[in-house]
Write a protein that binds this ligand. Structure first.
Ligand code: SF4
Ligand code: SF4
Length: 757
């Protein structure tokens, strides 16, 4: 039996004043043949309750509600299995067009046609349920402060946890620390690290199983169904000793950091009494006093040199966030052990955010701590074995020289997900790209920079993913995430980096981060168990279906899926791991055979929406523009423009898409063939600093643009008829200008010659 469709048209919100509602009803009933159409005063509160009663009484299967935007209304639970689509007549028509005009009416009628066509093609969504039961165990990789905190949080919430630590003891770098910087008022006194208590709690928790001297030898599968092999760490990897095998639902990667290698900076590696801050920390923890590595003599003076490689355009351009505090703390170690000792701290800027400023003040008050803003140019050993530090004092404008027993470099943090060699090659290439001797050398180096920018990691997780064994990383080796909207996410669904592996952070921030990652992991297993997607389409139960009988094994979908969902068999046929999927539709946009579809989003559904538009003929002089706009930023921006009553060009018909990467070229072909005069594609800004919500969907759409332009040229059409825009929600005020400018371009080049054919 055919699905019963119903349409509700709201007359409130100024709709009845701006539009001919009777004419709208005629479009629904007479033109589109919808058997049930009712006008209602609003689509909120008691009117909405009435709509729901009608849906039940009329036994409607599919419903279009034309009123306010779905992003503005209250959270509504419609009867189960009823498909509901909202048309934002208020925001997208009435609030952005002059009332009573022909163009305003045409726009409203087209939106009704488009959404009726859409709903006709949509199918009920069945949440994905794998054959095996979803496992809710959380695997935590890394037994430092972040991993321990994450494991404990998940266990206390009621989840089973497996914690894996590569070393033979827990605690990570915090266990090497003598004291912590103050975390409690009045923020002046050093504190115990508290790591022993945390370790004891984890080891004593009945829901946490700890593996020491172990590492992840392999992780196959997908969220809810990850199969993990643990092997003994540090052994011969060609004949690994398997420690255990088990299934988990989600993974927290808390694999921490290592000090960045300062290379030969300021005689490091050449003079034994030039050491790193981590070396000093370990020394104090182990022997309770500070001595010179060269001769074991007690140290009376130390020069702490800040930003040892950090915030340096030729090295790590980022701030490692903890080094200033560490030097202040270590100056306290020296002063507390010997009130005659002297600590010199040479810095460019001291960074001690928030309440840590009080700790900085305490150091400033200490007569034995000398804080000097300056540029250290040299560290040399004199005949007596002491070290002479030369500094350009930028405050006094003088060159000063200070004799000390020991030099401590504040080495920055490098995530353990970074391949040190690749980072070094990347940094060197960056320098050559700028300062290389010849143009060829600079160009070669620039190419190398691009190649190394997203180098893969260090086989920590050993994921069995087609795209590689680790989380994809950004230029300095930190795992990629959407740092604006959802920082805990990675490009591998169900795997959450936390702590200093994610970005430089101190112990306090690492504990907070650990809680966030534990919650994300829990959220992932619970949503996966309900068949729902996680961020950014959280709660979406649709999932892609591949009609593989027609697959040509072209591998475009497997290569372009931003989340590594698709592995492939030996012939190249995609193998879908549904619970990894974020439902972006990039595979649908990529597939030339158009065999990928979702129950509620497909090439066919969007094509039906485009086809439903009533395109005026060439004599009416009313251009028609199709705007395919991303639901993440562009569509909410359209709502905002409407709410702010900005006037939008009435010749544009907007179709929301999950991601610009989901746009199938077929839609553009179809639009152009049926007489649309131009197509706008509006998606997220892309690149590392402005990530598309689906990582590279927007970028892919831009690279596919060449293909589109080629097709247009084959049809003897101007390539300017398709325009792509990178857009973010805060740009909503520019949307009217984008529409108007494009319509102007189209008016200049003339109407589409295919109109009316
Ligand atoms: S491209 Fe997107 S929708 Fe397709 S399989 Fe990958 S994550 Fe899922
Ligand atoms: S893009 Fe389409 S045809 Fe190509 S491998 Fe994927 S499903 Fe098969």
């Amino acid at each position: 039996m055919a699905d019963k469709i119903g349409v509700f048209i709201c007359t409130g919100y100024g709709i009845a004043e701006a539009l001919d509602v009777e004419a709208l009803v005629k479009v629904v009933t007479e033109e589109r043949g919808v058997p049930f159409c009712r006008t209602v005063e609003s689509c909120e509160g008691s009117d909405l309750a009435e709509i729901i009663r009608d849906i039940e009484a009329e036994e409607l299967d599919k419903v279009v509600i034309a009123g306010i935007s779905g992003r503005c209304d209250e959270v509504t639970v419609f009867p189960a299995n009823v498909i509901v689509e909202k048309v934002a007549l208020r925001e997208h028509v009435v609030w952005c067009q002059p009332p009573g005009e022909e163009d305003t009416q045409m726009l409203a009628e087209d939106y009704l046609r488009m959404y009726i066509a859409k709903i006709e093609k949509m199918k009920p969504v069945e949440p994905f349920q794998p054959e095996d039961e979803i496992d809710r165990t959380i695997l935590v990789v890394g037994g430092g402060v972040t991993g321990l905190t994450s494991a404990l949080a998940a266990a206390r919430t009621g989840y089973e946890v497996r914690l894996v630590e590569q070393a033979d003891r827990l605690g990570g770098r915090l266990a090497d620390q003598y004291k912590s910087v103050p975390t409690r008022p009045p923020y002046r006194e050093l504190e115990d690290t508290g790591i022993e208590t945390l370790i004891a709690e984890v080891e004593g928790h009945p829901r946490i199983k700890v593996y020491k001297s172990a590492e992840t030898g392999g992780i196959t599968g997908a969220p809810g169904l990850f199969d993990v092999t643990l092997r003994a760490s540090g052994r011969d990897r060609s004949a690994p000793e398997i420690v255990d095998e088990f299934r988990v639902g989600a993974v927290v990667q808390a694999t921490g950091w290592r000090p960045s290698d300062p290379r030969e900076h300021l005689s490091y590696g050449q003079v034994p009494d030039v050491i790193l801050n981590v070396d000093l920390e370990r020394m104090v923890k182990e022997q309770g006093r500070i001595t010179r590595p060269s001769d074991g003599r007690s140290v009376k003076s130390i020069a702490f040199i800040q930003c040892g490689g950090s915030r340096d355009p030729d090295h790590h351009s980022y701030c490692s966030s903890i080094c200033c505090l560490t030097s202040l703390k270590q100056a306290m170690y020296l002063r507390e052990s010997d009130d005659q000792a002297k600590a010199f701290i040479f810095y460019e800027f001291i960074r001690t955010p928030a309440q840590y400023e009080d700790f900085y003040r305490r150091a400033q008050e200490d007569p034995g701590v000398f804080l000097t803003r300056g540029d250290v140019t040299d560290v040399a050993r004199d005949d007596t074995g002491d070290l002479m530090v030369s500094v350009n004092d930028t405050m006094l404008g003088e060159q000063i020289r200070v004799k000390v027993d020991l030099v401590v470099l504040a080495a920055g943090m490098q995530p353990n997900s970074a391949d040190g060699e690749a980072i070094r090659a990347f940094e060197e290439a960056k320098v050559t790209a700028e300062d290389g001797e010849s143009e060829i050398q600079r160009q070669d180096a620039a190419d190398k920079v691009e190649k190394l920018r997203h180098h893969e990691g260090t086989e920590i997780l050993n994921l069995a993913y087609r795209q590689g064994p680790d989380l994809p990383v950004l230029e300095f080796g930190f795992p990629d995430s959407h740092f604006i909207c959802f920082p805990y996410e990675s490009r591998r669904t169900g795997i959450y980096p936390a702590g200093a592996v994610r970005q430089p952070m101190d112990g306090v921030a690492s504990r907070d981060d650990a809680l966030g990652a534990a919650l994300k992991a829990i959220q992932c297993v619970e949503m996966t168990a309900r068949g729902e997607a996680v961020h950014p389409r959280a709660g979406d139960t649709s999932h892609p279906d591949f009609f593989l009988q027609r697959c040509t094994q072209c591998k475009r979908c497997t290569e372009e899926c931003p989340f590594g969902v698709l592995n492939e068999d030996e012939k190249g046929t995609p193998l879908l791991e549904v619970t990894r999927c974020r439902r972006c539709g990039v595979c649908m946009g990529a597939c030339p055979e158009r065999i990928v579809s979702f129950q509620d989003y497909s090439v066919e559904i969007v094509a039906a929406m485009i086809k439903a538009v009533d395109v005026p003929d060439e004599f009416e002089e009313k251009p028609r523009i199709l705007a395919l706009m991303c639901e993440n930023d562009a569509m909410p921006a359209l709502d905002l423009a409407g709410r702010r009553r900005l006037h939008l060009n009435p010749h544009v018909r907007v179709v929301p898409v999950r991601c610009l990467g989901s746009v199938n070229v077929e839609w553009i072909n179809q639009a152009v063939s049926m007489g649309f005069d131009g197509v706008l594609l509006i998606g997220c800004k892309y690149g590392d600093d402005n990530q598309c919500h689906f990582i590279k969907g927007s970028e892919l759409a831009h690279s596919r643009g060449d293909n589109i332009r080629e097709k247009l040229e084959k049809m003897a059409l101007e390539s300017q008829r398709v325009e792509l825009h990178q857009f973010q929600i805060s740009d909503y005020e520019t949307l009217p200008g984008i529409f108007d400018d494009f319509v102007e371009v189209i008016e200049e080049i003339g109407m589409n010659p295919f109109k009316g054919m």
